[in-house]
Design a protein around this ligand. Sequence first.
Ligand SMILES: NC(=O)c1ccc[n+]([C@@H]2O[C@H](COP(=O)([O-])OP(=O)(O)OC[C@H]3O[C@@H](n4cnc5c(N)ncnc54)[C@H](O)[C@@H]3O)[C@@H](O)[C@H]2O)c1
Length: 357
Amino acid sequence: MAEQVKVLLVGAAFSADLHMDGYSRCTDIAKIVAICDKVPGKPAEIAERYGLSDVAYYDDYKTAIDNVDCDVVDICLPNFLHYEVAMYAFSKGKNVITEKPIATKVEHGIEMLEAANKAGKKLYYAEDWLFAPALNKAMELVEEGAIGRQMYIRARECHCGSHSPFAQSIEFCGGGSMIHLGCHPIGFMLSMKNNEWTELVAMTSGGKENNMWHTGMEGEDWAAVMMKFADGTSALLEANYLATGGMEDSIEIYGTEGKMAIDLTFSSPIHLYSIPGVNYTVEKAEITTGWSRPAVDEKYNLGYVAEIRHFMESVRDNKDAKVGLRGIDGLEILKVVNLIYKSAKEGVKIINPALNK
Ligand SMILES: NC(=O)c1ccc[n+]([C@@H]2O[C@H](COP(=O)([O-])OP(=O)(O)OC[C@H]3O[C@@H](n4cnc5c(N)ncnc54)[C@H](O)[C@@H]3O)[C@@H](O)[C@H]2O)c1
């Protein structure tokens, strides 16, 4: 492979911007060669924002994949499109990075993995939490024995509602807050516990008129799941669209000899009080006036920078990503999300089906 991994970025909006920042910080090993978005003008806009000129623009992903000489297709599209674009990319012999969730349906996730294997290519699953420096440091401390044996973990991602119109529909999104936000705490727990969960029981607000706030949204705007793991740890994982004031990404770990709280979004060293307000403080904050905690390097702190570098190194070396970031991990997360929805809908506790095998 050439010195730099050649990337075709598909999608040029919110998550594409998170990835572009990562690419802009690893130009030693990666090069964006083309950008595709169905809305003409968007690829050029994002390229210009990152000072790229030597890039091809497309508005149709098939034409882009057919024509671009690239090593990997990075899919930053609405959830329902991950499947069809990945399948097309594998059929043309490309590696694939997909944003979370891997797909909206488990069958699609399985097909994506099969297609990757058949093509002899890799499927990478983008879970930024696993690269968040604070979370990695926290896990190092846990490994060192700082809080003794883990007993109980509480983890959540919550904000006031997705900016993406696609997130409003179950067909396009696959569900509500649990599939869209909850995949982060679930991915974190499954990777930490080697997928060895034993049982779960969940509740959701139900969607539409049953929602607490977002009654126009088909998926739920509140969801929580209690999970137990084979090592005896219990976890309460939560995802909602009820949190005003900015995105909450937080994890608390209770051990026999201590406890730990990790706040990925509101731990800025800056305490700002502003009467006129500023351009930006933290993701999903509705206002910037009054007291706030402006993020210093949000994309770095949330893990995107190291995530993109890891994927580029993996593609360059023709290797799988580390545990938690492989296609198979994305599939396991989606299976758990589906079982969470089943548990909530039917009001039942679910035993991990893999335990019977
Ligand atoms: N890891 C994270 O923290 C994180 C954060 C936000 C979003 N995401 C994920 O990223 C993905 C995209 O979300 P987003 O927030 O960027 O969505 P978005 O709605 O902001 O952007 C989607 C883009 O895809 C384009 N598009 C739609 N259909 C297309 C098609 N057929 N061909 C080409 N372009 C098409 C749209 O024009 C738009 O520019 C989702 O899967 C979401 O779950 C991940």
